[in-house]
Design a protein around this ligand. Structure first.
Ligand code: DGT
Ligand code: CA
Ligand code: CA
Ligand code: ZN
Length: 480
C-alpha cells in the first residue's frame, strides 16, 4: 500500500513528499560528493554524518588532513581521488549530449510517422539535428497541422514514448525509451518558414541575423519580419523566401553557425554543399579479416555494389594480416572483384603509426597495396604531429585516418598542429580523411574547412566494420 500510494503521488504530482523530506535533510553539497570517483552513497553518508563534512571545501580539507582514512574502509587512495577531483572544473553541463549518429535515425523516423498522420501538413526536424551538429541535446520538430491538438496528442501517445514531460494543445516534450528528449511545436502555417528558421538556429546565427536586420530597418522575430518604418509584417511559409526578404542567398541548415555564412550569403558566395548521393566510393572499410569486423568480405563488397559505388577499398587492420594473410586476402579480393565488376575493388590496408612514427608494415609490403590508410591507434601523447608528418613522407601512404583520435564524449582529440599537417599533406600529396563513425567525425568541421580552403582534397570514409555502418558516410558528408 505504501509503494502504491507513492507511485500514485509521483504520477499525479511529479514528486514524492517522503523523498522530498529526505532530500531536505541532506546538505546540498553532500549530494555532489556522489559525483566524485570512488564515493558511493554509504561512504558519502559516513563522511557527512561521522566526520561532519558538509561542503566540498570541507571534504577537500578532510582529505588533505588525512581524516578520511579514519573511517572504516577508507584509505589513502580515496583521499588522493578526492584531492584530484574536487574543484576540477566540471561546469554545470545540463543533460548529456547524444551522438547525432544515434539520435538522427530516431528523429527522422518520428518525423516520418508524424507526416503520415491525417492532421499533419508539414513536418520537419529543426534545431541542432537539422544543422547536423555532431552531438545534440534535444531533438526538435516543427509542424503545421489542420488540427494541432490532434497531432500533438498523437505524438505523446506513440509507442516509443516513455515519458510525457509537458503537453499543451500546440506543443509537447516527450522522452523516448532510449532516453532521447523530443520537442514538438505545431505552428501556424502562414509563418511556418519564419518559425522553422527560428527553431533551426543556431542561436548564434539567429542573433547575428537579427542584428544585421536591425541595421537595415527590419525587426526579425519567430513570427515575422517587421519593416520598422512602415510597420509592415512579412510572414512566409518558406525559409527560402525569408532569407530572400532579408537579402541573403538561401543558407543551408548545416552552415547556420555564424561562421561567415551570413556575409557569404549576402554576397551570393555560399559554397555548394556535398550530398551523400555524390559519393562515388568508400576508401576505409573493414571485413571479417579484422577480428572486430562483423561481415565477410563478400557481404561488405555486395553492399557497396548495391550502393552503386564505382570503387571500394578494403582496408583491414595490418596486425590481422600478418603471416601470409595479406596474400590470402589479396586472392579473395581478386575472386570477388570479378563478380562485382565494374565496381573497382582496391586492395588496401590500415597501417598503424607507431609511437616512434614508423609504420607497423614494411614498405615493400605497403608498396604492393592499392590503397594505404595510416592511423594512430596508440600512444596518443607521444608527439602526434611529428609522427603524422613522418608518415606523410612515406610515398606508400595515401591517407591519414581519423587524425585527432578523438572519441566524442570519451576521449579528447590529440593535440595536433593542424596547419603544419595540412601544409605537409599538400607537399606530399597525402589526403586527409573525414572518418564518419558517429563517435569520431574526425576531421572535425573546422579542420575540414581549413583543409578545404587550403585546396587539400578530403576523403569521406565510413570506417565500417559491418554492413549497416557503410551508411555512416551520411554523417561524414554532413560534417563535410
Ligand atoms: P541543442 O538542443 O543544444 O543540441 O541545440 P539547438 O540548437 O537544437 O538548441 P535548442 O533546442 O535549445 O533550440 C532550438 C533553436 O531555437 C535554436 O537552435 C535557436 C532557437 N533558439 C533557442 N533559444 C534562442 C534564443 O534565446 N534566441 C534566439 N534567437 N534563438 C533561440
Ligand atoms: Ca535541440
Ligand atoms: Ca529544443
Ligand atoms: Zn579503420
Amino acid at each position: 500500500a505504501t509503494i502504491e500510494s507513492k507511485i500514485v503521488e509521483m504520477t499525479e504530482t511529479g514528486s514524492m513528499s517522503a523523498l522530498e523530506k529526505r532530500r531536505a535533510e541532506v546538505p546540498a553539497e553532500v549530494r555532489q560528493f556522489l559525483r566524485l570517483p570512488g564515493l558511493g552513497p554509504k561512504t558519502v553518508r559516513k563522511i557527512w554524518q561521522e566526520l561532519g563534512v558538509t561542503t566540498l571545501a570541507e571534504l577537500k580539507d578532510a582529505a588533505r588532513s588525512q581524516r578520511l582514512r579514519t573511517l572504516p574502509g577508507l584509505g589513502a587512495k580515496v583521499e588522493e581521488n578526492v584531492l584530484k577531483s574536487v574543484g576540477r572544473r566540471k561546469k554545470a553541463t545540463g543533460p548529456p549530449r547524444t551522438l547525432l549518429g544515434r539520435a538522427l535515425p530516431a528523429l527522422l523516423a518520428v518525423v516520418e510517422v508524424l507526416r503520415e498522420h491525417p492532421a499533419a501538413e508539414r513536418v520537419s526536424e529543426a534545431g541542432s539535428s537539422r544543422r547536423r551538429r555532431e552531438t545534440v541535446r534535444d531533438l526538435d520538430i516543427i509542424a503545421t497541422a489542420s488540427d494541432p491538438a490532434a497531432l500533438t496528442d498523437y505524438f505523446t501517445k506513440l509507442a516509443w514514448v516513455s515519458e510525457v514531460v509537458a503537453k499543451g494543445s500546440t506543443k509537447a516534450t516527450v522522452v523516448s525509451h532510449e532516453g532521447f528528449r523530443f520537442d514538438l511545436r505545431v505552428v501556424p502555417p502562414e509563418c511556418y518558414g519564419n518559425l522553422l528558421q527560428h527553431f533551426t538556429g543556431s542561436k548564434a546565427h539567429n542573433v547575428a541575423l537579427r542584428e544585421d536586420a536591425v541595421r537595415r530597418g527590419l525587426s526579425v522575430s519567430e513570427y515575422g519580419v517587421t519593416e520598422v518604418e512602415s510597420g509592415e509584417v512579412f510572414t512566409t511559409q518558406s525559409e527560402e523566401e525569408l532569407y530572400g526578404r532579408l537579402g541573403y542567398q538561401y543558407i543551408p541548415a548545416e552552415l547556420r553557425e555564424n561562421a561567415g555564412e551570413l556575409e557569404a550569403a549576402r554576397k551570393g558566395e555560399l559554397p555548394e554543399l556535398a550530398e551523400p548521393s555524390q559519393l562515388r566510393g568508400d576508401l576505409h572499410t573493414h571485413t571479417h579479416w579484422s577480428a572486430d569486423g562483423k561481415n565477410t568480405l563478400t557481404e561488405m563488397v555486395e553492399a557497396a555494389k548495391a550502393k552503386g559505388y564505382a570503387y571500394y577499398a578494403i582496408t583491414d587492420h595490418s596486425h590481422y594480416l600478418r603471416e601470409g594473410r595479406m596474400e590470402q586476402q589479396a586472392k579473395e579480393i581478386d575472386k570477388v572483384a570479378k563478380r562485382v565488376a565494374p565496381l573497382k575493388l582496391l586492395k588496401g590496408v590500415e597501417a598503424n603509426i607507431r609511437a616512434d612514427g614508423t609504420l607497423d608494415v614494411p614498405d615493400e609490403v605497403l608498396a604492393e597495396r592499392d590503397w594505404v590508410v595510416a592511423s594512430i591507434h596508440t600512444a596518443f601523447d607521444r608527439s602526434p604531429t611529428e609522427r603524422i608528418l613522418a608518415t606523410m613522407e612515406n610515398p606508400n601512404v595515401h591517407v591519414i585516418g581519423h587524425i585527432t583520435g578523438r572519441k566524442l564524449s570519451r576521449r579528447e582529440p590529440m593535440d595536433i598542429d593542424f596547419e603544419r599537417v595540412v601544409e605537409k599533406a599538400l607537399e606530399t600529396g597525402t589526403f586527409l580523411e573525414i572518418n564518419s563513425q558517429p563517435d569520431r567525425l574526425d576531421l572535425r568541421d573546422v579542420q575540414a574547412r581549413v583543409a578545404g580552403e587550403a585546396g587539400l582534397p578530403v576523403v569521406v570514409s565510413s570506417d565500417a566494420h559491418e554492413v549497416p555502418a557503410l551508411d555512416y558516410v551520411q554523417f561524414g558528408v554532413a560534417q563535410a
